[in-house]
Design a protein around this ligand. Structure first.
Ligand code: R5P
Length: 281
């Protein structure tokens, strides 16, 4: 068995190979003069683990090319970050279910698929092969444990992320809650933990994705006003578009960290051990 990856998932793929005690396939990536993507995979084993996060359109096409290039082996797909997963239903007439459109692409040359903290687990039904979703919540919790925070409050930005916050908090037996928005006027919104107080304690806001960082930046300001000593932000998938990281720092967030499902400078947590364990089970 060997592991192979697209360009943007090569560090995570190497870590997965390490955790599985196997090698990684060398792949040459380039473009045709018209901009189309090209790749050529090195020698494959009988079984291949294909790793590729869909971080953008090129990464998606590269992953489809890679799956095709691996046609001579038995392949298992790992989709650490699935872009387009947030459009998981038709919010307005005429819209696609983008998550379904993407999931349906994965049906040829793969026997199964593993996703990591997919935005909406319900979309697993759209994949053309058996697909399981794993969570790196405990890994996020272990990283928070290593920070030695005094009685941290683990906070989800909304009730949809409360289960994830609970998973993270279970590692240290910490309190967890979710933020609740209250509209004070046409232009004013208050955000505060629904049940617990953030006063005189550090708060770690945890979510599956940080995209623009807008939600957490606004929340951080309000949590400081409510007496939080420090605010940290953690997520699985550091999409971090535009100046999200700097925006969060400028809003007073002490530290921002994510996993390596999207490879970033602040990827302090690796999803590799969980992915390797899922592939072995
Ligand atoms: C949304 O449903 C996700 O779980 C995240 O809460 C969202 O993507 C974060 O967006 P932003 O960082 O732009 O506030």
């Amino acid at each position: 068995m060997k592991v192979i990856s697209t360009e943007k998932s090569q560090v995570l793929a190497s870590r997965i190979a390490g955790a599985l005690g196997t090698g990684i396939v060398d792949v040459k990536f380039s473009r045709f003069p018209d901009g189309e993507l090209y790749l050529a995979a090195g020698p494959l084993d009988e079984e291949t683990v294909i790793v590729g996060s869909v971080t953008d359109n090129d990464a998606l096409v590269q992953l489809l090319l890679l799956i095709d290039a691996c046609e001579t082996s038995n392949n298992r797909l790992v989709l650490p970050y699935m872009g387009y997963a947030r459009q998981d239903k038709k919010f307005r007439d005429g819209e696609p279910i983008s998550a379904r459109a993407i999931a349906r692409l994965f049906r040829h040359n793969i026997s199964d698929c593993t996703t990591v903290n997919i935005h909406e687990p319900d979309v697993l039904k759209y994949f053309g092969v058996p697909t399981k979703n794993i969570s790196v919540g405990k890994e996020v919790g272990r990283y928070i444990g290593s920070m030695d925070l005094n009685d941290p409050l683990i906070l989800a930005p909304d009730d949809g992320a409360l289960a994830f916050a609970g998973d993270v908090a279970s590692v240290g037996g910490w309190d967890y809650d979710h933020l609740e928005k209250t509209r004070l006027s046409g232009s004013e919104v208050k955000m505060a933990p629904k049940k617990l107080s953030s006063a005189s304690r550090p708060v770690v806001i945890v979510d599956d994705i940080i995209s623009t960082g807008g939600t957490i930046a606004t929340a951080a300001g309000m949590l400081y006003q409510q007496g939080a000593t420090d605010v940290y932000a953690a997520c699985v998938h550091g999409v971090l578009i535009g100046g999200a990281y700097a925006h969060l720092k400028a809003s007073g967030v002490r530290e921002i960290f994510c996993s390596d499902t999207i490879e970033r400078g602040c990827s302090r947590i690796s999803a590799a051990p969980c992915i390797a364990a899922a592939l072995k089970s």
